[in-house]
Design a protein around this ligand. Structure first.
Ligand code: GLY
Length: 414
């Protein structure tokens, strides 16, 4: 089959890398792709990933058999609907079902009706009502722009003044339409964990968990990022966590969406907080995590296309540790254009997934914030970690930065 993969980051490179091993995939086309994906098949440039009509038309012209979508923005823009309307199968939710990620109040309403454990919340479009609510609430305050804000729309603060300012910033257009309503959520205390499931018309099957490190610096200091590293397996999770989350969270949300006439298919990512009273859902995403995906897929021994059709995946006992190399200035103002050196010295048991890179003749340049993922593999997390970090020392450009504590001591990030 011919597969069109939408997206350009490390997550998409790892999905493409896995698809390229599938006995069922004859050709992988990436839109727009990246230099890593370009080694696996043709790439299509010049179409924005949210231009869903153009993506569907391009898929038809190239007689694509299956579209797989990496990031949330094309799903929220309706790429599944556009391609399906032309008879092209898509692995990913419709625009309406993607509201599980693109509208926090929508997701909360589904969770409440399905009896899924989550924090109490209220949503506001009116400034004064939100201020009145804050005045009756104790911190820490959790304020979220309702829509997609590229991971920047959430503030957690002890300061009521800062909470009030954030509400004002959202409602006054700081995040455009994404902040036209704001959710004031209950603060959930405990370590965070993500559980991923593949949802098809025949049900949901879990993937192996991976742990993500969101802060820029070691010891979970510094600003939030898209994720600076990940590892799998994660062996310090509560017993039966994945089984319980499937029963208490994933299956009920899928059933509620079906009852609502808004069935969900695609990857479902439940962000959880392990509170004293059990796991509670912080948020849903309708895609795989980046950089978790890069640690998970190398451990999958099943054919990814079979899994996307509902087969239960099988896993290698091998461990993976993914160290993200980011550019100087990331996440606020990443510098671009530096020449990346040393990739030819990375050993075969470290998988390199490209993210913010671009080719310039024979040179490879930095073109984004998160630049490369170096995924060490080994019999244990410790061995995989040592390999990833040895590789990180061989790859360089001026200002490259990475955390040195990914998978160190199996600590739960705060
Ligand atoms: N790693 C977090 C995310 O993909 O949203």
């Amino acid at each position: 089959m011919r597969v069109l993969l939408v997206g350009s980051g490390g997550r998409e490179h790892s999905i493409g890398w896995k698809l390229a091993q599938s006995s069922r995939v004859d050709e992988l086309i990436s839109l727009p792709g990246n230099p890593g994906l370009a080694e696996l098949g043709p790439t299509v440039e010049g179409i924005d990933v949210t231009d869903v009509g153009a993506i569907a038309a391009m898929a038809r012209i190239h007689r694509v058999d299956l579209v797989i979508v990496g990031p949330e923005a094309p799903l929220a823009a309706g790429v599944a609907d556009s391609a399906s309307s032309l008879g092209i199968p898509v692995f990913g939710p419709t625009r309406s079902a993607a509201r599980l990620e693109s509208s926090k109040s929508f997701a909360k309403d589904v969770m409440n009706r399905a009896g899924i454990p989550t924090g109490a919340s209220k949503t506001f479009t009116d400034h004064q009502s939100a201020m009145d609510h804050l005045s009756r609430t104790e911190g820490p305050y959790v304020i979220k722009a309702d829509g997609l804000a590229a991971g920047k729309g959430v503030l957690v603060t002890e300061s009521r003044t800062d909470a009030e300012s954030w509400v004002g910033y959202c409602l006054e257009g700081g995040f455009g339409d994404a902040g036209a309503s704001v959710m004031i959520d209950e603060y959930l205390d405990g370590p965070e964990v993500s559980v991923f499931a593949v949802c098809t018309e025949s049900g949901a099957v879990p993937l192996e968990p991976a742990r993500d490190y969101k802060r820029l610096f070691d010891d979970d200091e510094g600003p939030n990022t898209g994720g600076m590293g990940s590892y799998s397996p994660v062996d310090d999770l509560p017993r039966d966590l994945v089984t319980n989350v499937m029963t208490d969270v994933i299956d009920p949300v899928i059933e509620q969406m079906r009852v609502d006439g808004n069935p969900f298919t695609g990857f479902l990512y439940a962000g959880l907080v392990l509170t004293d009273t059990g796991p509670k859902v912080l948020e849903f995403n309708v895609r795989l995590g980046d950089p978790e995906c890069q640690a998970i897929l190398p451990r999958m021994t099943s054919d990814l296309v079979d899994v996307l059709e509902g087969a239960s995946p099988e896993w290698s006992a091998m461990a993976t540790v993914n160290v993200v190399l980011a550019s100087v200035g990331y996440p606020t103002a990443p510098e671009k254009g530096a020449v990346i050196k040393g990739l030819d010295r990375v050993p075969d048991d470290v998988i390199v997934f490209h993210a913010g890179t671009k080719r310039d003749g024979r040179k490879l340049l930095v073109s984004g914030g998160r630049v490369l993922n170096l995924v060490g593999t080994g019999a244990t997390v410790g061995e995989a970690r040592a390999k990833a970090y040895a590789a990180a020392e061989t790859v360089a450009w001026p200002g490259a930065q990475y955390r040195t504590d990914i998978a160190d001591g199996y600590r739960l990030p705060l």
